[in-house]
Design a protein around this ligand. Structure first.
Ligand code: 5GP
Ligand code: ZN
Length: 112
């Protein structure tokens, strides 16, 4: 049994509004959106954050970054988007399963 919230979302144990999935990653809407469109993209495999990422994760993280514009396009973010990845307490990381925030579609609120 995993205690990780995003592993539980991956495993269907916690509900989420999943907007994209493939064999390596999953994207779902942020529960507390800071923009009209705000979703999170995670690798299926648990990696806590960039501190935990290894050279062997280079391809995985690269492919996720290349998938983000495709998901953003599907979400209607034609004029662009912001991508954020928080690491550790100093980066205000709350959930320790690596995730890219993707925001757009209008004003951002309360995003530090
Ligand atoms: P962090 O601060 O770790 O970079 O961001 C964690 C994000 O996860 C926050 O934007 C927060 O709103 C979101 N979040 C926290 N709990 C849940 C949840 O149960 N479901 C979803 N979909 N998002 C969550
Ligand atoms: Zn996890």
């Amino acid at each position: 049994m995993t205690e990780c919230l995003f592993c539980k979302i991956r495993d269907g144990e916690v509900p989420a509004d999943i907007i994209f999935e493939d064999d390596e990653c999953l994207a779902f809407c942020d529960i507390n959106p800071k923009a009209p469109v705000h979703f999170l993209v995670i690798p299926r495999r648990h990696i806590a954050n960039l501190w935990d990422a290894r050279n062997a994760d280079e391809g995985l993280l690269g492919r996720i970054q290349l998938t983000i514009p495709k998901i953003a396009k599907e979400q209607g973010l034609d004029s662009g988007f912001r991508t954020v990845l928080n690491t550790g307490p100093g980066g205000h990381q709350e959930v320790y399963h690596i995730h890219y925030h993707v925001l757009g579609g209008g004003p951002f609120t309360g995003f530090n």
